[in-house]
Every structure is written in structure tokens, then in C-alpha cells.
Design a protein around this ligand. Structure first.
Ligand SMILES: Cc1cc2nc3c(=O)[nH]c(=O)nc-3n(C[C@H](O)[C@H](O)[C@H](O)COP(=O)(O)OP(=O)(O)OC[C@H]3O[C@@H](n4cnc5c(N)ncnc54)[C@H](O)[C@@H]3O)c2cc1C
Length: 462
């Protein structure tokens, strides 16, 4: 039995920096990883997708540069090169992390599959090696999540793709059907459309991007449809079948009527399932919710003292930045004697379609459900000088302000660099800056952020 002060399961966005900082603070620490250092974000999530999305944007700009007075002639997509560029960047991010971790004194990086034996003991299994037994008073679970594969009739008969396997495709799909309409689905959908695929998005809900405000979702839907994405809403997938010629037949239930579509490839993008079962949580007495996510306190402690869960596996918003922030909560409470929790933490997000959708704080749907008194400031991107000058006026900026305090409650930004514009508004929220201060602020002309003057001027008459 190897004894440690702290054991971290999973080298995700929380586990990796946590392991480093605990070891540097003098904790004898073990980081257990069953596959790759860096977890989902670096290996199968943010890094590879945003790398490939950059190629897709370049294809889009090249095809559409005529109106800026640039004639390119016909363009072609070298998919092999796109995938190999992505692989190189992923490998370099992972190797940099590994190189930095290996140097940390007091940290053992152990590869294998971890599972609980008791609340203080873990087994680490790996092929061709004897199982290791490890114990620690403090155990941090950062084992992440994986694509959800729903039990649709006939699924076992087809070769479907998920968000991981699609990254290693050798060819551009002729017709990619995507089951699911969330950010993973839309980012892949637009990307492959720009590489030349026909795309059909199949969304079960009656509203496209149902968590967003109707006007925001409608704006983005039009933008994607203008690029040729076929978006089906109110469409429940009933069965899947492989055709004799290798194509995939999808039978849908659209408001009670059966509809059949055929595609060359199918991507399942219906959500994420936590990697909790293989941890054998029952052996430690750990409680999970109905989705098998670990239940945690606001300070990320599970129901068992000394065991914490961080990142996607604890449920709630599943982003790299929330997982990273989870490790800060632990570090500050444990090493700096602070009293930090995640209860009122801001959770921004950005969907990397082009244009991006940046979101922070409350949207109108949420403000209404909370019965808040608010005003809405909205401008379309075709009123933003920077957008007109650069030639992309798709999108809008919508912000909610509190009627009494005049502070910003939240914002949705669809636009080129929508994530960056949203972050400016997030900073204003963090500093409790009023909309009037932003309206009258001096911002460099002609930046996107300068348009926040105009955005909040729309409230003068309200
Ligand atoms: C396609 C895609 C695109 C995304 N894009 C974005 C984006 O643009 N922005 C954003 O913020 N988020 C994005 N995300 C989400 C983001 O990647 C995750 O929220 C983030 O990686 C946080 O993960 P984590 O720290 O919880 O764990 P992970 O990064 O998933 O790490 C968990 C680690 O635990 C290991 N592990 C699991 N079980 C065991 C076990 N039993 N024993 C040992 N090791 C184990 C796994 O191998 C893995 O390395 C994207 C996700 C996907 C799939």
C-alpha cells in the first residue's frame, strides 16, 4: 500500500494544476490518469475543435472574399493537413503539460484505471502491471465525462461517430447527420459544412437552443441556415439503420409523423455522461445523483469527508474554465485558509460557431423566471462600425440591466469575437460598473467594444 497526503483521480482541467500546487506546497501527491495528461479539453475537446474550426473559417473567408474585392479562384480543402495540424497542436499542448508535471517534486504521475476500495483506499489497474493499492486522507475526483450514447433502436447496427472519433475522420463526410442541437453539434456542423459536407441537425426540442432567449436563438439559426445547415426541430430520433450501400437511414418522429432521412455519417451529440461508474463509488459510500454525477457541497466536498469532486463529474455547467476554477476553490480553502465557494460564481460561456455566441449572467428568460425588474439594451451588428468595416454584420448584442442599480445582469453576444465582447461586459459585472458608465465611457475607435456606448444609448428613451 502506497501512502500519500493527496490523491487526484484524473488529469483534467482541475486535477492537473491541483496536483502541481499540492505537491509544491509539500503534500506527497499522486496523480492517477488512465489515458492522456490534460483530459478532454486538450485531447478531445476545446483544443482540437478550435484548431479545426480555424481551418473551417479560413475556407469560409476564402470562399466569401469577393465582396471585399478579393478574387481567390476555386479553393480546395486539404483535410489530411487540417487533421495533422490539429494532432500536432494537441500533442504539443499535452507534451508541454507532461514535461512541466514530471519536474514537480513530491508528485507521482501514475497511469492506470483508478477505483475505490474504501473511502481512503484506491486500486490502480493497468494492463501488464500488477494492481497498485494507494491510500490518502484527501482524494480529489476529476475524472470528467464522455459522450452520451442513447439507446436508440438499431444503434448497434451502424458505425456512428461521437465528439472524439469524429476528430480522427480520414474523409470529409458527404452528408453528416448530427443528433443533438447543442454547442458541440453546432460547432461540428458548421465546421464540416465549411469543409464541404451536407449537414442535417436533428433537435428533439421544439425550440432551437432552448436555453437561450428566442430572439438570440432565432438570429443564430438564420445565420447557420444561410450557410446551408439543415436544422430540424421537434424531431425525435426513433431508429437507425444501415442501408445496403453503407449509408445510414434515420427515422424521425416529427410531431407525430414519421420522417426518414439518409446520410453518409452520423454524429451523436446529445450530451455527456460522467465517468463515475468505473470508479466504484459505492465502495467509498459516495452519493451520486440520478445522472450519476457526484453530489457536492458549495466547497466541492462529496458526502464523504475528505473526498472532493471537481469539473464535469460533479454536474452543472461543464466547461474548462469552471473545472479550472474548481481547483482554485480547493487550493484557496486548503492552502490559503480562505473561505471560497462556487455558489454565486459567474459562469460565462462561448459557443465557437462563427459568429460566436458569448453568454454571461442572466438572459431574459431567466430574468423573467426570477421576476426581476430589468431593461433590455439591444443592437444588431449592422449598427456596429467595426462589423461594417470588416464586412461581417451577422449577429447582435443584447444586455439586461437592473432597473434600480443600473448594473448589468447579463448579456448575449452573437458576433465576430462575440466571446471577447461578452468578456468586457463580464468585467463590468465583476466591477459592478453601471450601464451609464459604459454608455459614457471612452473606448478606442473603432473596436467592437466601442459599440457598447451605442448599445446602452438605446436605454436613454426607455
Ligand atoms: C468536443 C468538445 C468541445 C469542447 N469545447 C469546449 C470549449 O470550447 N470551451 C470549454 O470551456 N469547454 C469545452 N468543452 C468541455 C471541456 O472540455 C470540459 O468541460 C473540460 O475538459 C473539463 O473536464 P474535467 O476537468 O472535468 O475532466 P476531463 O478533462 O474530462 O479529464 C478527466 C480525466 O480523467 C481521466 N479518468 C477518467 N476516469 C478515470 C479513472 N477511473 N482512473 C484514472 N483516470 C480517469 C480521463 O482519462 C481524463 O483524462 C468541450 C468538450 C468537448 C467534448
Amino acid at each position: 500500500m502506497r501512502k500519500y497526503d493527496a490523491i487526484i483521480i484524473g488529469s483534467g482541467q482541475a486535477g492537473t494544476p491541483l496536483a502541481k500546487k499540492l505537491a509544491e506546497a509539500g503534500y506527497k501527491t499522486a496523480l492517477l490518469e488512465r489515458e492522456f495528461i490534460g483530459g478532454t479539453c486538450i485531447n478531445y475537446g476545446c483544443t482540437p475543435t478550435k484548431t479545426m474550426i480555424a481551418s473551417a473559417r479560413s475556407a469560409y473567408l476564402s470562399k466569401n472574399s469577393k465582396y471585399l474585392g478579393i478574387n481567390t479562384g476555386s479553393i480546395s480543402v486539404d483535410f489530411k493537413k487540417i487533421v495533422s495540424r490539429k494532432d500536432k497542436i494537441v500533442r504539443s499542448f499535452r507534451e508541454n503539460l507532461e514535461t512541466n508535471l514530471i519536474k514537480v517534486k513530491g508528485l507521482d504521475i501514475l497511469y492506470g484505471e483508478a477505483s475505490f476500495i474504501t473511502d481512503k483506499t484506491l486500486k490502480l489497474s493497468s494492463a501488464n502491471k500488477k494492481d497498485l493499492l494507494l491510500t490518502a486522507d484527501k482524494i480529489f475526483i476529476n475524472a470528467g465525462s464522455r459522450p452520451t450514447i442513447p439507446a436508440i433502436k438499431g444503434i448497434e447496427t451502424i458505425n456512428y461517430l461521437d465528439s472524439t472519433s469524429i476528430l480522427d475522420l480520414k474523409e470529409i463526410p458527404e452528408h453528416l447527420i448530427i443528433i443533438g442541437g447543442s454547442y458541440i453539434a453546432l460547432e461540428f456542423g458548421q465546421m464540416f459544412r465549411r469543409f464541404g459536407s451536407k449537414i442535417t441537425i436533428v433537435e428533439r426540442s421544439d425550440q432551437f437552443l432552448s436555453g437561450e432567449d428566442n430572439d438570440v436563438a432565432a438570429e443564430l439559426k438564420i445565420i447557420l441556415e444561410e450557410e446551408g445547415l439543415n436544422i430540424l426541430i421537434s424531431s425525435e430520433t426513433k431508429s437507425l439503420k444501415k442501408n445496403e450501400n453503407g449509408s445510414i437511414i434515420v427515422t424521425l418522429n416529427v410531431k407525430g409523423k414519421a420522417k426518414t432521412i439518409r446520410g453518409s455519417h452520423l454524429l451523436m451529440a446529445v450530451g455527456r455522461t460522467p465517468n463515475s461508474e468505473s470508479l466504484n463509488p459505492e465502495a467509498a459510500g459516495l452519493q451520486t445523483d440520478e445522472g450519476r454525477f457526484f453530489k457536492v457541497s458549495n466547497k466541492l466536498q462529496t458526502n464523504i469527508k475528505g473526498i472532493f469532486a471537481l469539473g464535469d463529474i460533479k454536474g452543472g455547467p461543464a466547461f474548462t474554465h469552471t473545472s479550472y476554477n474548481d481547483h482554485l476553490v480547493i487550493i484557496k480553502n486548503l492552502l490559503e485558509e480562505k473561505d471560497i465557494n462556487i455558489k454565486n460564481r459567474m459562469v460565462p460561456y462561448c459557443m465557437f460557431t462563427d459568429p460566436q455566441l458569448g453568454r454571461i449572467g442572466l438572459n431574459e428568460k431567466q430574468a423573467i423566471s426570477k421576476k426581476l425588474k430589468y431593461k433590455v439594451a439591444l443592437i444588431k451588428m449592422d449598427r456596429v462600425a467595426r462589423a461594417i468595416e470588416t464586412g461581417d454584420t451577422r449577429g447582435l448584442i443584447k444586455a439586461l440591466v437592473d432597473t434600480k442599480t443600473k448594473q448589468i445582469l447579463g448579456a448575449s453576444v452573437i458576433g465576430t469575437e462575440g466571446g471577447e465582447i461578452m468578456t468586457v461586459l463580464q468585467m463590468a459585472m465583476m466591477g459592478k460598473v453601471t450601464y451609464e458608465e459604459i454608455r459614457d465611457g471612452v473606448f478606442a475607435h473603432p473596436t467592437y467594444s466601442e459599440s457598447l456606448n451605442n448599445l446602452f444609448m438605446t436605454l436613454d428613451s426607455k
